[in-house]
Design a protein around this ligand. Sequence first.
Ligand code: UDP
Ligand code: 7WV
Length: 460
Amino acid sequence: MSQNNNTSSPHVLALPYPSQGHINPMIQFCRRLSSKGVKVSLALTNFISNTLKPRSDGHVSLVTISDGYDEGGFTEAGSVDTYLDRLKTIGSSSLGQVIEDHVGTSHPITCLVYDAFLPWALDIARVKGVCGAAFFTQACLVNYVYYLVYHKRLDLPIVKTPVEIRGLPLLEMRDLPSFVDSLGSYPGYLKLVLEQNCNLDKADFVLVNTCYELEKEVTDAMSKECPLLTIGPTVPSFYLDKRIDFDKDYGLNLYHIDANHTTACITWLNSKPPRSVVYVSFGSMACLPVEQMEELALGLKQSAFDFLWVVRQCEMDKLPMGFIDEVVNKGLIVTWTEQLEVLANESIGCFFTHCGWNSTLEALALGVPMVGMPQWTDQPTDAKLVEDVWKVGVRVKVGENGVVKREEIVKCIIEVMEGDTRLNFAENAKYWKDLARNAVCEDGSSDKNINQFVSKISSS
Ligand code: UDP
Ligand code: 7WV
């Protein structure tokens, strides 16, 4: 725990991994801490800060660090390994400097909350004498699988399946995080996710963006291994407990979002009947093969339902020729959107999703049933939770050549949008929505854990 600053009030420095799916939950956690009276600063990379010029929300302060790629961020690096290497070396010294800069001021840093993808940050915290809390932005089940692999309780290169974790359905190869099963396609990322465990036993806290009710069994299992606190879901307060009045959205989009488009989008949704539209998004990183993009496009066109589809600019030219015009009125295609506002709209009947953990938690918190079409990383495991643990949707079956066929896409959408199956998913979605929301309300499981965290960092 903190070796100095005994008399000062807590000041948390939050260090997210610089991607959309990691920054969003960290911002939300910062706001929760701030709403409980803790001073918080959020460290963004020079690249993100210079390109987006974000302004403080008036509650969480912003500071900058370097990831070694101030001009172009990840794309400037050219490869995963080069990026991660430089992020570690340059990031470490830059982080140390930020902590140093606060020494002797009226608000020295007393606690570092760092993304678990950046375990070297704990070393810096130790050197500087501040306490360190790892922050996991993925499902506890995913973290636990990586924990077991790291500690050789599951063996690579080929994990013996099915994997049995008490209280959970058996996990087949297709349910495991892709880096574990796809035999070395992303060695840099595999190392990144496994290394999260290299000094976990030395962290003062291990915070996980999930809630106890959603992942009871695995939270209990992993709690035996480290000082774990579930603190999620980190969805903006407006959509959960409404206790933080300034917290209506994540507030930082790495992709351009045009206010006029958002208005047009919401107006379009408002013109549709309740639960009649399929919202389709694959998050901020996934790249679909051209063939898959085509099947999806044709599946959506063939389906009886209207759809709103987020196709990032870099994916646009994979759409079939003339597609946007062919589906006019029935389908709206946008390059990025206010996802929470969309999911909260009455017109949405299901979320056709890649099952990124944030998207999954957002759909759960808003009670929207899902069709899961996981692509890589933790998404297959999240899809397993959706289909077989919470039973709030289905997962598409992948065809022989690795492509999900249009007929399968249509079939899954019908299952979640129509008939008795729809009612069943809607009922389950309501059940989990209430549990997830209650977790962050006063005296809920996550709220208690956050209070415990605040109380400990305040008295150290
Ligand atoms: N998101 C958004 N607008 C979009 C698509 C996604 O704001 O058009 C947000 C979404 O709400 C979520 C994040 O981007 O908070 C994506 O995180 P997730 O973990 O789902 O996927 P990733 O992008 O990390 O693969
Ligand atoms: C960003 C970069 C690498 C990975 C992820 C995000 C993730 O899956 O969370 Br492996």
